[in-house]
Design a protein around this ligand. Structure first.
Ligand code: ACO
Length: 376
């Protein structure tokens, strides 16, 4: 028997497996997907290209990329039984709850003839194609838009905006949405990816792994932080209140969403990219309010706590400037991270070893069982 000695709370600094997909240099603030720097991918690439990179381990040729685009577009349509199920959900439901339930139910309603193998790249592509449709199916009904159509003419980025807001993006918005999807697509063994890999490591199927991941992403310490940042900005209201509100939160020992990171000890490179996009989108829409408030929040949090912004600080402001409601920010995170989750699950199947850490037992061992009638 292996004796359990030290405890790495939160599995901090534990190296649990080998992966070729994503590398984070937390000291230098670098993020690499399959060898490529996130700054280059955000500048030159598209979401479909990055998804290809994560799944196949190399950048696609032009033909391979157009093949993948076509395939993803052809996999967008929801099974009609699932669309009906989503339509029967309460319009007051949290979209992340709808997404988690619908991903799980998708496995029940996939038509037999098109059902991808439970561990195949086809499953990865189906899930990546369909997540925006699930979110759109729910959101369009609750705000009274016309029924969702698969729109195979649209790129992944353009389809997101059509599905949610029933409009087509401008050129700047298309680029911006691509950047949003790219920077959220993967991040090594973050909590949701880890939970997907744990599920896959039991030889469970891709749909189950992604269902686990959606539930994990929802938490405010992970993907849910982006929605909370906008709540904070609403609470702050005007720049003159930044100092007072932030200090009040810190004084109550509350965490400021959008700051701090388990791995980055310097600024998260994704925050650097999104700060710039928050400014660009603010300028384009003539509304720099979010950008200016966030800059002021950054200044106070850094001064008071020495913390740097993470991915979630600026992402919500970018979505909000496009008119996307707050409670869809985390579902959109999922709609991008699903590319990374599925790449990791497929990698897990290739080098499978049940993930099962140990706990250091700190309870008693020698208690005498007392029959219920004799307990006080
Ligand atoms: N606001 C205030 N204090 C913070 C914050 C924060 N955002 N983040 C860390 N701290 C403080 C902690 O209170 C702790 O202080 P203490 O030692 O005085 O108790 C210290 O910094 C270390 O914090 P840990 O919790 O040990 O750091 P950990 O690595 O476990 O946490 C986490 C990382 C969960 C991301 C944390 O920074 C946090 O809660 N941030 C806010 C939520 C958030 O933005 N999440 C998104 C993360 S990125 C993503 O998932 C896409």
């Amino acid at each position: 028997m292996v004796e359990v000695t030290g405890v790495q709370r939160g599995l901090q600094d534990v190296v649990a497996l080998e992966s070729r997909i994503c590398f984070i240099d937390g000291k230098e603030g670098r993020l690499i997907y399959e060898g490529y720097d996130i700054r280059d991918l955000a500048k030159y690439s598209t979401f479909e290209e990055v998804a290809y990179l994560l799944w196949y381990g190399r950048l696609p040729t032009g033909d391979q990329l157009s093949g993948l685009r076509g395939r993803l577009a052809s996999l967008r349509e929801l099974p009609s039984a699932l669309a009906e199920r989503i339509d029967s959900m309460p319009t007051t439901a949290a979209p992340m709850d709808v997404l988690r339930t619908a991903v799980s139910e998708l496995a029940l309603f996939e038509p037999e003839e098109t059902r991808p193998g439970p561990s195949s790249i086809g499953g990865a592509q189906r899930l990546t194609a369909v997540l925006p449709s699930i979110i759109g199916q729910f959101h369009r009904r609750r705000i009274g838009l016309s029924p969702l159509r698969p729109r195979p003419d649209l790129s992944a980025a353009a389809y997101v905006l059509y599905a949610l807001l029933d409009r087509e993006p401008t050129e700047l918005e298309t680029r911006c949405l691509n950047v949003m999807l790219i920077v959220h697509a993967d991040h090594e063994l973050n909590a949701s990816t880890f939970s997907a890999r744990v599920t896959a490591s039991t030889l469970s199927d891709l749909y189950s792994a992604v269902t686990s991941a959606v539930g994990t992403l929802k938490g405010p310490l992970h993907g849910g932080a982006n929605e909370r940042v906008l709540d904070l900005l609403e609470e702050i209201g005007t720049p003159d209140r930044v100092e007072e509100v932030i200090k009040a939160h810190l004084g109550r020992h509350e965490r400021i969403s959008g700051f701090g990171h388990r791995v980055y000890k310097v600024e998260d490179p994704r925050a650097t990219i999104l700060r710039e996009w928050s400014r660009r989108m603010g300028e384009a829409s003539g509304n720099l309010r979010y950008y200016e408030l966030l800059r002021a929040v950054e200044e106070v949090v850094h001064r008071e706590k020495g913390l740097y912004p993470n991915l979630d600080l600026y992402s919500g402001s970018v979505y909000a400037l496009m008119g996307i409601p707050h409670d869809l920010f985390t579902p959109l995170f999922a709609a991008s991270r699903v590319a990374g989750w599925t790449a990791h699950v497929l990698e897990e199947y290739q080098d499978l070893r049940l993930i099962r850490p140990s706990a250091k037992y700190v309870g008693p061992t020698d208690l005498t069982y007392v029959p219920i009638a004799e307990r006080t």
